[in-house]
Write a protein that binds this ligand. Sequence first.
Ligand code: COA
Length: 175
Amino acid sequence: MTNHTIQSLNSQTLETHLASLAGLLKINVEDGASVSFILPFGYDAALAFWLDKVKPSIAAKKRILLVAMIDNELAGCVMLDCDMPDNQLHRADIAKLLVHPKFRRRGIARALMVEIEHQAIAHNRSTLVLDTASEGAKILYESLGYKVVGSIPDFALNAQKLQLEPTIIMYKLLK
Ligand SMILES: CC(C)(COP(=O)(O)OP(=O)(O)OC[C@H]1O[C@@H](n2cnc3c(N)ncnc32)[C@H](O)[C@@H]1OP(=O)(O)O)[C@@H](O)C(=O)NCCC(=O)NCCS
């Protein structure tokens, strides 16, 4: 496993890492990751995602953002979305698990997932839900104890091919 540190960002430290976060998202979309965006996906659109969508929810404490750093470089990130209805305050969604292509297969995603689960426990979130279109991510999630609910066909557009692809819904009970 690579030497890395994992940090939780607040709205100020998110600004410090903004350029790297935008770069991380952009390179992942360009690399074909199915993470809500389609190509062409410019740097400004990536910046806008972090600034307009993520930063306010971090400031409102509705979302947790973790980043993995290697030698002052942003290697990866993951988010926990805690903005749930009143009857589901024990639940959270995991989103945007992204690792920079040059830092992959070094245990960064696994480390981010382990830490986001610690954060979920600390925030009394015992039911975690996620979806993925990535076979590699599915293998990782299963190794961490996530169960497959099923696959929804025609869920989202593939970023590059612009054809509808399925997604796999998974969950884990932290009990
Ligand atoms: C999926 C992703 C987050 C994995 O990040 P990573 O840091 O390379 O993952 P790790 O090194 O922690 O991998 C842990 C284990 O998961 C599995 N795994 C990870 N990526 C895999 C891949 N591409 N193919 C098969 N298994 C994979 C392996 O079992 C791996 O252990 P090993 O390397 O000892 O074999 C990364 O490839 C990525 O950012 N992909 C694009 C974005 C994306 O699809 N994110 C998921 C959104 S739900």
